[in-house]
Design a protein around this ligand. Structure first.
Ligand code: SF4
Length: 757
């Protein structure tokens, strides 16, 4: 889009969080003049947060690597791409030959979920590596929800999201979307949407031990004891059965396991659980009655319910309550999106799938099962530092910073130097990549095209938006998909060109399509499809294919008015594909085409919960995480404009808890667990309940050999040094990053000296 003689405007979907806001980027040459929200964006309608305005700063950040670096004598030195990939081959190929592929671990960080190439091309290097040891950031925060989705509906991304724009009653549990802008429910402008819910007379209830900004907007804030949400949800299920409030309506024929769930919930009455949850029985009963009585209600939970000891049970019961009250797949309830590029629940036979299996292989040390082909990141450090046959010798990191974001992070930090080969695709020398032997930097977000393959799967409105790269690559720079293709051929020794690796990938994707009876291109020749995709290459070619065979696609001519990439290019503000529509039963991919409301794996885990309830509520302080609108995991701490103002990495605590420990705002506290110890600045706040302290994650940028000059000025403290990688939600093996006991005391001269030693 041109505007004026020297100024042009590029439209780009923001890749920094799940909200997918449309940005309007004013440019002069390759200089970003300003970034504002795209008022005409079909989804975000002009909304953006402070992070979205900083893509230009990210692009010009002098610390961001512009070319590959290789470590020589302990120091990173710039090299050309050929030399970098030769080094990758020199490091990885001997290990792949002996002891073999499984001596290499792969960690895929959260940023690749926001990246078109990152969602398509990892398969080329994973195939070349042949290692089964794949770890992802998903195993740190959302795996319980993935697991419950798979158990209930047959597929992990069959995720029921709150129909936030049409609901009349919303319960938000363990989430603060007024600040985080939402997660596992893509909706740019959560604050606007929540306020609109309140303005149209709808009811908002927040269940959270902290009085968050979302809680302040709500009609009712219920503050349970930390980590008791699973019991609270079970009490709500109990009330639904106990008071005859179960009304499944049209869902009835599609659900199995109602009686088993009723029997399970029978002993968990809210009267019995009140002492454990800290929530009065009448509060639970009143809330449940009101929820059941609403014509359109949904309950939504996020990281406060997933990265916890009973995350899988909570994830399951959230859906169970939506089902039992008839709110699943109901307009204004919790609904299933229909993404334009399709998903596992739009492919195959509608309403029928193969279900899923887990545990096809396990980690070496703790025998943790694979789930969706991935191993839990809580186990990564021990696979590196535990001696014996099968110990990892190499690691490939893609857009991840697990030294900051994984539990027992000090252990991982100490373990990484023991590896023979670490290769990272990352733009920064951060606390994790400083241990790498080779770093291959991708271009900045402004130099990459974009389509949200991932987040359209849980988007509250069906939309399709494509953004071309606002700025070109610099001479000699490689795009991220090209790096991944070259990495694959360096690793497998084939030395195939980027073009050839890309050809083989698209051929394999198209071949799978033409052999799939459910696909619109079933039986069509591969060559014919490839001809129609020409002359595109790279991610655009594959995106075009996915759009054209997707639910709204042109079917390669079968529906001429249907979606193509060309059509998206003609609509740079995106195409609105309409609100979510009821999709049951076709959305189901369980083996028998039913919703399994009483999955045995999770029913059994209730035994563990029962024991916890019998032991009684935890005493002492419990640590929970929190979000800030100017921060996102560990990503944005090197952007000066986002790091101004008050200290954000603070330990928030209740005034009485602080007073008992002789702590005031601004004082430094020492926080300890059996896993580690940190020092952090205190912020006394009556938002906190007694017994709860909160600390954001993603901080501590103090590695002397990092290249994060802004972040290091305010390094913060790493909450994951306190989190114990051994503590997991048992069914999903997800780390307990929210709700674990800590000791807090004022930093004395003595403890300061001990820490310095
Ligand atoms: S909420 Fe902020 S960070 Fe998230 S997509 Fe929108 S502008 Fe980007």
């Amino acid at each position: 889009v041109s505007s004026g003689s020297h100024e042009r405007v590029a439209l780009r979907t923001c890749p920094l969080c799940e909200a997918t806001c449309g940005l309007s980027i004013a440019l002069s040459g390759d200089r970003v003049l300003r970034i504002t929200g795209d008022e005409q964006d079909v989804f975000s309608k002009g909304y953006l947060c402070p992070k979205g305005t900083t893509l230009g700063d990210l692009h010009t950040d002098p610390d961001r690597l512009r070319g590959p670096v290789v470590k020589r004598n302990g120091v990173f030195v710039p090299v050309g791409w050929d030399e970098a990939f030769s080094e990758v081959a020199r490091l990885f190929r001997p290990l792949l030959a002996d002891p073999g592929p499984d001596c290499i671990g792969v960690y895929l960080g959260n940023p690749i979920g926001h990246n078109l190439s990152g969602l398509i091309y990892p398969r080329v290097f994973l195939k070349a590596l042949r290692s089964r040891n794949l770890y992802t950031a998903s195993t740190l925060d959302q795996r319980p929800k993935d697991l419950s989705n798979a158990l209930l509906y047959g597929e992990r991304y069959t995720l029921a999201v709150p129909d936030i724009d049409r609901t009349q009653f919303m319960v938000v549990l363990g989430a603060n979307p007024m600040v985080s802008n939402g997660s596992l429910a893509t909706a740019p402008g959560w604050p606007r949407r929540l306020k609109a819910l309140v303005a149209r007379g709808g009811r908002l209830v927040v269940i959270d031990p902290v009085r968050t900004l979302t809680a302040e907007l709500a009609h009712q804030h219920i503050a349970p004891r930390v980590g008791t949400d699973a019991a609270l949800l079970l009490a709500m299920v109990h009330v639904l059965f106990d008071e005859g409030l179960v009304r499944m309506g049209r869902l009835t024929d599609h659900v199995h396991g109602v009686e088993e769930l009723q029997e399970l919930a029978q002993p968990f009455n809210p009267e019995r659980l009140a002492a454990y949850t800290g929530v009065a029985c009448e509060t639970v009963r009143t809330l449940t009655r009101a929820f059941a009585a609403s014509s359109a209600a949904c309950i939504y939970g996020r990281i406060g319910t997933t990265a916890t000891r009973f995350g899988s049970i909570s994830s399951w019961l959230i859906d169970a309550i939506n089902v039992l009250t008839g709110n699943l797949d109901r307009i204004g309830g919790a609904m299933f999106p229909m993404p334009a590029t399709g998903s596992a629940n739009t492919r195959g036979r509608p309403g029928q799938g193969r279900g899923f299996v887990m545990g096809r292989h396990h980690t070496r040390v703790r025998r943790a099962p694979e789930l969706f082909g991935e191993l839990p990141t809580s186990c990564l450090a021990e696979e590196i530092d535990t001696p014996g046959s099968g110990r990892y010798r190499g690691l490939l990191l893609v857009g991840g910073n697990p030294v900051v974001s994984a539990p027992s992070s000090a252990r991982l930090d100490a373990a990484l130097p023991g590896l023979d080969a670490i290769v990272a695709i990352d733009p920064y020398i951060n606390d994790t990549t400083r241990h790498a032997h080779v770093i291959l930097p991708p271009p900045s977000p402004l130099q990459r095209s974009h389509y949200d393959l991932h987040f359209t799967q849980w988007s509250v409105q069906n939309v399709a938006k494509y953004s071309p790269a606002p700025l070109p690559l610099e001479p000699g720079q490689l795009d991220e998909w090209q790096i991944m293709c070259r990495l694959a051929s360096a690793v497998d020794g084939s030395n195939q060109s980027v073009g050839r690796v890309d050809e083989r990938l698209v051929e394999s994707i198209v071949r799978a399509g033409v052999q799939d009876e459910s696909s619109v291109v079933f039986g069509v020749s591969v060559d014919r499809i490839l001809e129609q995709l020409a002359p595109r290459t790279g991610p655009e070619r594959i995106l075009d294919y996915m759009l054209r065979v997707g639910p709204y696609g042109d079917g390669f001519g079968q529906t001429p008015s249907g979606l193509t990439l060309e059509k998206l290019q003609q609509n740079p503000h995106g195409i609105d594909l309409g609100p979510m529509e009821p999709r049951l039963p076709e959305v189901l991919r369980s083996g028998d085409g039913k919703i399994h409301l009483a999955p045995s794996l999770l029913m059994q885990d209730v035994g563990r919960l029962r024991l916890d309830i019998d032991v009684g509520p935890a005493t002492g302080l419990q640590l929970v995480g929190r979000r800030h609108v100017r921060s996102n995991n560990s990503w944005m701490h090197n952007i000066p404009s986002l790091m101004t103002g008050k200290e954000r990495c603070t330990l928030m605590m209740h005034p009485v808890d602080a007073q008992e420990r002789d702590l005031q705002t601004g004082a430094t506290a020492c926080v300890t667990t059996t896993t580690g110890e940190i020092q952090v600045v205190v912020q006394v706040s009556d938002r906190m309940a007694r017994g709860v302290v909160s600390l954001p994650h993603g901080w501590l940028h103090d590695g002397l050999d990092t290249r994060l000059s802004t972040a290091r000025l305010r390094p913060g403290a790493n909450s994951n040094r306190l989190a114990d990688g051994q503590a997991v939600d048992r069914p999903s093996w997800t780390s307990v990053l929210n709700g674990f006991p800590v000791e807090v005391h004022a930093l004395t001269t003595q403890s300061q000296k001990a820490t310095q030693k």
